[in-house]
Design a protein around this ligand. Structure first.
Ligand SMILES: [Zn+2]
Length: 254
């Protein structure tokens, strides 16, 4: 058999990485993902990226994948509609810095990077200098710095109240939790806490620092948090009601 013929016969046609689903006059892209251990077709929606992902079993066919996705068109549309809208880091977006609405204002030819301007009649402005494509990175850097400053202060205060010492505060962007604590004393937090009211950020710091004493969520742990954080219940309620919303900031939208 010639190499050309062999190639033709055994060529695995390359699969598209995404398909589209039509529903009610709207078109939804669906990313395809083959998974070794998948037993059936499953659809998942990532709340933070708004991405729809269809997982196929190893021997699943593209045709069945399309049918499966199309059959769940109503579900996809409903789920996406319930997600909060993306609030991109761009001119005009309103963003709650420390729980207070600020409007992003692009000042292309101004000097500097990011600064806050408070007027008397309108909401405070979060001004960003430079070219438009740099706005997201500049804002993200600014918010991370602000988050780090507040979280370091709150963590040190909590550590002092509990008589423990912390090694380092790291700022990240995890999608599923607000903070974590290592046995070595490194605390890491989501920068998005800078968007929440300060009592929420304080609660998270108290929570993570208390883990340096109690590495669990026992009753003793909660008593400890309650002792150093008077707003514990209020903060937990706030996070339950609004926490997911914080993930829409900085998304680029569609
Ligand atoms: Zn915890």
């Amino acid at each position: 058999m010639s190499i050309a013929l062999r190639a033709l016969l055994f060529r695995r046609t390359s699969e598209p990485s995404a398909i589209v689903v039509d529903f009610d006059g709207e078109v939804f892209p669906v990313r395809l993902r083959r998974h070794q251990r998948a037993r059936r077709y499953t659809l998942r929606i990532h709340a933070t990226t708004r991405e729809v992902v269809l997982t196929l079993p190893p021997r699943g066919s593209l045709k069945q994948a399309r049918e499966f996705a199309q059959k769940h068109g109503a579900w996809i549309a409903a789920r996406l509609q319930r997600l909060p809208d993306a609030a991109p880091f761009a001119h005009g977006t309103v963003l709650p810095l420390r729980g207070v609405d600020h409007r992003i204002e692009h000042r292309r030819s101004a000097r500097g990077t990011v600064w806050i301007e408070t007027g008397e009649t309108i909401e405070p402005l979060l001004c960003v200098a430079g070219q438009a494509p740099h706005i997201p990175r500049r804002l993200r850097d600014f918010l991370k710095r602000e988050a780090k400053r507040d979280l370091e202060a709150a963590s040190h205060a909590a550590a002092q109240a509990l008589g423990v010492s912390i090694k380092r505060v790291a700022i990240r962007d995890p999608s599923s939790r607000w903070g974590s604590c290592s046995t070595t004393g490194v605390l890491s937090y989501s920068w998005r806490l800078i968007l929440a009211p300060p009592y929420v950020l304080d609660y998270l710091a108290a929570h993570e620092v208390a883990h340096l004493v109690e590495m669990n969520h026992s009753r003793a742990f909660w008593r400890l948090v309650d002792r150093i954080c008077p707003h514990m219940t209020r903060a937990k309620t706030w996070l339950g009601a609004h926490g997911a919303e914080l993930h829409r900031y900085g998304l680029q939208g569609d």
